[in-house]
Ligand binder design. Structure first.
Ligand SMILES: *Cc1c(COP(=O)(O)O)cnc(C)c1O
Length: 410
């Protein structure tokens, strides 16, 4: 068998399937695929309105908000960044991007290019968002120019999750009226995101990660305060405009034809999440993440590999970034390529400043104990093939972590 990818655009059939452990796109369950393959309907078919209403209600339950307006777009995460910032930008106002890694850098850059004034807080590699820096920036802003604080909950490039409750408290402590906006692309349906309890004004996400769907559907949940801001500041926007989309007319609600297949898929995905229960989904993500962290701890004993995240409580439930010691000569892209082409485990590489320094194992979405053990075994096999020094006992540590009593702390 050659290690080269097939040249045809039709992938070769892989016996037993290739495990997809990138932190997006993630595995799509059969139930979701089947729902997306249902026939198209004419837009006046009452079933269309029923699917949309079901998706809106399901998202409200997922973010535990009774009142938020829910908007869907045919868009990926970058599109949702633009949906949010075009609705919250206004002349004379600024947006404060909480520094947290590659994704906050990209969001800030995109927002600046669109013409908004962007302020940023600094971040330290390997650490979650600096909450005190947010509070200081807000206290300095006596004129209340800052309209919103933009926070990436889980930075997918580093596998670090920041404490949203602490950020909410910092905004309150500064007595600043800024809106609290959260990018939950990598954390929605993997970690709890009770929007109303956390005082989140806008929460945005995309379909291809915890929501277990193909890429292409964006979602935003927007509370009354954020709607009022958007209404009061009608900027140059049309497709993204929340005020225009807040309508019962489907053609207004979606600014054109709704992405029907994706909405049918989302309805099915939300149904799967509710059948497992939201608490069950979150607990499963914690359990599987714990197994990966335990395994990496053993690999690390040889001194070359280790967790990129320096703060154990900030380790993400969605994805783990494994850092390669500088100067060790280990190429994470080679690990990734051998794991995918020879052992059928697709993982992710480093992004932005972490390119060439980490590889990442995604553990969010449609996964279970067997898939996570298979993924760890495939990665370890790639480490062995490439003679990457790694300590023994990683699979045993993962099995031990998964064998503990649910809810126990042994
Ligand atoms: C994946 C991701 C994005 C970007 O999503 P795309 O669909 O690739 O545009 C934005 N933010 C976070 C936190 C992500 O994980």
């Amino acid at each position: 068998m050659s290690a080269l990818p097939p040249t045809s655009t039709v992938p070769a059939r892989i016996p037993g399937a290739r495990f997809i452990h990138s932190p997006g796109p993630t595995r799509v369950p059969d139930e979701v695929m089947h729902a997306m393959q249902r026939p198209m309907m004419d837009l006046m078919d009452p079933r269309v309105a029923a699917v949309i209403a079901s998706c809106e209600a399901g998202v409200r339950r997922l973010v535990r908000s009774g009142r938020a307006d829910v908007f869907f777009y045919a868009a990926n995460g970058h599109g949702m960044w633009e949906a949010v910032t075009t609705n919250l930008s206004a002349p004379g106002k600024a947006l404060l991007v909480a520094g947290g890694g590659h994704f906050s850098d990209s969001w800030a850059m995109q927002t600046e290019v669109l013409g908004s004034t962007v302020l940023r807080t600094p971040y330290r590699e390997g650490h979650p968002i600096d909450v005190a820096a947010i509070e200081a920036a807000l206290r300095d802003d006596r004129a209340h120019r800052i309209a919103a604080v933009l926070v990436v909950h889980t930075d997918t490039s580093s596998g670090i999750t920041s404490d949203l409750g602490a950020i909410r408290r910092a905004i309150d402590a500064a007595r600043h009226p800024a809106l609290f906006v959260v990018d939950a692309v990598a954390s929605l349906a993997a970690a709890p995101l009770p929007m109303d309890d956390l005082g989140i004004d806008v929460l945005m996400s995309a379909s291809q990660k915890g929501l277990m769907m193909p890429p292409g559907l964006g979602v935003a949940a927007v509370n009354a305060r954020a709607m009022a801001f958007s209404e009061a500041h009608p900027g140059p926007r049309f497709y993204w405009d929340w005020v225009r989309r807040r309508s019962d007319l489907q053609y207004r609600k979606f600014c054109g034809t709704p992405p029907l297949a994706h909405l049918q898929g989302l309805e099915a995905a939300l149904g799967l999440i509710e059948r497992e229960t939201l608490d069950g989904v979150h607990a499963r993500h914690c359990r599987l993440a714990g197994a990966v962290h335990a395994a990496v701890g053993r690999w690390a004993t040889a001194g070359v590999l280790g967790l990129h995240c320096r703060v154990p409580r900030a380790l993400s439930a969605s994805v783990t970034a494994i850092e390669v010691r500088a100067g060790s000569g280990v190429d994470p892209e080679q690990v990734r390529s051998v794991a995918r082409e020879r052992f059928q485990v697709a993982i992710a590489g480093g992004l932005g400043p972490l390119a060439g320094r980490v590889f990442r194992i995604g553990h969010l979405g449609d996964m279970n104990e067997a898939t996570i053990l298979g993924a760890l075994a495939g990665v370890e096999a790639a480490l062995r093939v490439l003679n990457v020094p790694h300590g023994p006992g990683a699979l045993e540590a993962a099995i031990a972590a998964l064998s503990r009593e649910p809810g126990g702390d042994g």
